[in-house]
Design a protein around this ligand. Sequence first.
Ligand code: 5AD
Length: 364
Amino acid sequence: MTVLDKIFNKDEFTKDDLVSLLSLEDPLDIEKLFKAAYQVKLKHVGKTVWLRGLIELSNICTKDCFYCGIRKSNKNVDRFTIDFDEVVSEVIWIKEHRYGSLVMQSGERSDEKFVDTVEALLKEIHLKTGNSLGVTLSLGEQTLETYERWRKAGAHRYLLRIESSNRELYRKIHPDNKLHSYDTRLECLRRLRKLGYQVGTGVMQGLPGQTMEDLANDVLFFKEIDIDMIGMGPYIPHNETPLGKQVGDYSEKQKEDAVTLGLKMIAVTRLVLKDVNIASTTALQALSPLGREHGLLAGANVLMPNVTDTKFRSGYQLYNDKPALNENADESRLALEKSIENIGENIGYDLQGNANHWKKRTGE
Ligand code: 5AD
């Protein structure tokens, strides 16, 4: 057995194991890593891809994260909020097209009007779809009371990326003030868990100053907090952000390397966490046309196709070259179905696709 095979077959991984997997350079070794992760995926979650229709509710944001294109200080963004009824019709589209789940994502707001609207939307969604859809929120940091109201109104899952589990790095990519606190982010993950959400987190890879050891620690962090879902992807510069200006546009080679690192992170996370749901995210697709499909082959099992009306999409540019700006939900769906079929996987239509990890820990 080679050194690599020995690592793949471990039950418990050391940080050094993870660093050596993430640092693999030889394309053949990297391919072996993806194959090993795919086998773990088959064993623990199977080859059904779960779809979550993604609705981007609003790009209004109270935060000022240095990497994000819709940060508050970016004045070159037309701010939008989708009308209540329009969100409901997107949800009906999702239901009619047999996606089992949806995700509502937005810039971060916590004013009463926003909290009320989300609560009302959750109730309406369940009313209109007979409680059949899995509902995930990705609406940032909120109080325990807000998370509780949304949970009671029918949200099942919540995505809140830690962005980086390295506190120092977190501070470097966010303004140094109370509104952007690492400890609050951690506390929010605890609140969500306490309220019975299926909880997801994730990080960006390829941030300036980030090391392989940081990424290995990120994976160990996911394990330590016993997370159910992972959504992560490569960092991509946005030219109207402080970090994007510092990094500059990626060359073709940088894009390729960013995709490879993103795929390695998916694979290593699958090897270590085994039965969680892992999304193959849009950031991968932004850097490479088949990035998301490669994500599935490296161990991911969830896709989040954007169903937001195309008229809003140019307003929701978290990074440069976000894909499918002009492609409507029907076109996205057909292209996606074909590409999933092409890699020999199948779509879990009409099913919520809850994380096996969550089912095991809660007995549901
Ligand atoms: N590159 C990649 N991902 C980004 N996000 C925000 N800005 C960028 C960027 N420039 C991610 C963050 C956030 C999620 C909604 O989008 O991780 O949590």
